[in-house]
Design a protein around this ligand. Structure first.
Ligand code: SF4
Ligand code: SF4
Length: 375
């Protein structure tokens, strides 16, 4: 199992250490030297051993480079980040869940394995595994293990309910992720089980959180605030503080990915937050999203048009940049809007709100937020 990833990254070359923060930037000639050393089955050069000792305090001097590092090739595609939704299925039924139907569907193993190699060939270094609940997917362990072996830095978005599972804990502690973000739906059984509409959900979450914390995994908490749990915000924050786990609030609820409005009544009006001005993003250019069927889209919100990576392979991605440019262009009622410069809602999200016939205040500056959403 490798301890380092040596890889091109945008216009740079870097050394990364799974499970650890930070990285070492390499000039091209040192990256090339490492590619050659790995191809020749040689030992780690002293300059790399020194840098690793300084950066991460462990000793690799004299060890064969191939044994301790994955050396990634250059990719002509230039994507460095991706999100992969293993399966939309979930063991919860949250009132605010933007996935709507949450169908249990995903690729069989041979296609999934192929997909992971396509992500590697696209240049993806940072991969987020998500769902639905990714850890209830029957191929989660295989997907995680293969992505890790291919030299990707992994993050996981989870509800935490399966984190006490011994097989999952064993894999995550031996093959450390970069980060695990656990969504938190309440500080008490009443609000947590109420929001997720599952009895026993709070107990499963509490067990998972305790096990992952005890195992020293790199955790973050995303505190999801809806009408059901808004009275417990301080308790939820205190839960993170008591464990020394960083946390942030997630407060603006979106329509479903199908443009459904059923999630919007869960919005806590008190916590509705004005979005920061949207100043553009690299969706479709340096990152992309892949759904459970291997369909690549610019992001989780702008899912159409999309490209079948299983049918077209990595070369299908050449069309994604053009798709991104057309999706992000202001259109419909936003064409020529004088407030565009300070608008916090990107165009694909505006489209979902419109499809859901959401109150204008939920996404557009032409209304005062709180009154209209409350009404
Ligand atoms: S845990 Fe996540 S994926 Fe599952 S229902 Fe809740 S919000 Fe949706
Ligand atoms: S302020 Fe409203 S109309 Fe203007 S760009 Fe944003 S969403 Fe569109």
């Amino acid at each position: 199992m490798h301890e380092l990833i040596i890889t091109p990254f945008l216009d740079d070359y870097v050394v990364l250490c799974p499970g650890n923060h930070g990285g070492l930037r390499l000039p091209l000639h040192q990256y090339r030297e490492l590619v050659q050393v790995a191809a020749d089955g040689g030992r780690c050069p002293p300059w790399l051993a020194d840098a690793v000792r300084q950066g991460w305090q462990f000793d690799i001097s004299g060890r064969p480079l191939n044994e301790l590092a994955v050396v990634r090739d250059e990719s002509p595609h230039g994507y460095v980040r991706a999100t992969y939704e293993l399966n939309l299925g979930c063991n919860y039924d949250c009132e605010h869940c933007y996935l709507g139907l949450k169908r249990f569907e995903g690729l069989a193993w041979p296609e999934r394995e192929r997909l992971l190699y396509i992500l590697r060939d696209a240049g993806v270094v940072w991969l987020q595994l998500t769902g639905g609940e990714p850890m209830i997917d029957k191929l989660f362990l295989d997907v995680y293990g293969t992505a890790y072996e291919l030299g990707m830095m992994l993050t996981i978005l989870t509800n935490g309910s399966r984190l006490a599972n011994p097989k999952i804990l064993e894999l995550l502690t031996t093959h450390r992720p970069h980060e695990i973000t656990i969504s938190v739906y309440g500080a008490t059984e009443a609000s947590y089980d109420g929001l997720t509409r599952r009895r026993g959900a709070f107990k499963a979450f509490s067990r998972g959180l305790a096990s992952a914390h005890e195992a020293g995994l790199p955790l973050k908490l995303s505190l999801i605030i809806t009408k059901t749990n808004a009275h417990e915000v301080e308790q939820m924050q205190a839960m993170g503080d008591a464990l020394g786990i960083p946390h942030h609030l997630y407060v603006n609820m979106s329509p479903t990915i199908y443009g459904g409005a059923e999630t919007l009544p869960s919005q806590s009006v008190e916590y509705l937050r004005k979005r920061k001005p949207f100043t553009g993003c690299n969706a479709g250019h340096t990152f992309f999203h892949v759904d459970p069927h291997g369909m690549a889209s610019i992001c989780k919100i702008g899912r159409d048009p999309n490209i079948s990576l299983i049918e077209e392979g990595v070369d299908g991605l050449v069309r994604l940049g053009e798709i991104a440019d057309s999706l992000l262009l202001r259109q419909g009622g936003c064409t020529g809007c004088g407030l565009q410069g300070t608008c916090g809602t990107c165009m694909p999200l505006v489209q979902l709100y419109r499809k859901a016939k959401a109150p204008l205040a939920a996404y557009c500056q032409h209304r005062e937020p709180r009154e209209e959403v409350a009404g």
